[in-house]
Design a protein around this ligand. Sequence first.
Ligand code: HEM
Ligand code: HEM
Length: 176
Amino acid sequence: MKNPKTYNWVMKSLHWGMAVAFVGMYVVAYIMEGMPKSPEKYQLYGLHKAVGLTLLALVLVRFAYRAIHGVPAISQNLSPLWKLAAMLGHYALYAVMFLMPLTGYLMGSKNISYFGLFEVPVLSHTLGGFFHESHVVLSYLIYALVGVHVIMALVHHFILKDATLVRMAPGMKTRA
Ligand code: HEM
Ligand code: HEM
């Protein structure tokens, strides 16, 4: 794999765009679940599902783009073991970013309207309960993974004082 020196605008846009979208998905999920039965509640469910399916497609595009264009090497300040942990951490984030919308999709028992444009057919009828449980468990796992991820980004910036955070920051061009 090639190792560019910094994240380019495509990777930065995908990183920050998807990070904001994930936060939005949580907010919408908690609001919609807490609402009394009403047309607005089901509109929010529809929005959560359609945006979630978009994120499912985007994570595949992002992972493919990363495989083709490469990503900057993990900071040279880290020992081999910490480098491995950082790499595994990134793969774990990609795994949950894929599994979260996938389990959401598979838990449903009705076709999904994609923003009213077309119908996405339901795939699983029998394992809905299992995928529902998985969707909830994954939502907690994401808190833990993203929590560690953000702490590590701050450790790089303020304690190790390397370019890790800066090279993912919008508008910054930097050496690795
Ligand atoms: C990045 C994608 C997604 C994120 C971050 C996300 C996040 C969440 C969260 C945090 C909850 C609340 C869990 C709880 O009850 O504690 C939830 C519920 C739910 N999600 Fe998602 N979701 C995503 C994608 C999807 C997709 C693609 C679908 C369906 C196509 C979906 C369908 C649902 C449904 C139906 C519920 C409500 C379940 C219930 O009423 O108990 N989600 N989601
Ligand atoms: C304030 C919040 C966040 C900060 C400060 C942050 C910071 C960073 C930084 C600095 C990197 C580059 C790491 C390196 O160069 O080795 C990175 C990569 C990454 N971040 Fe975040 N991040 C945040 C939120 C998120 C969220 C919410 C997600 C997932 C939902 C996420 C997923 C990822 C992934 C998968 C990578 C690896 C990119 C790659 O090399 O392909 N980040 N993040």
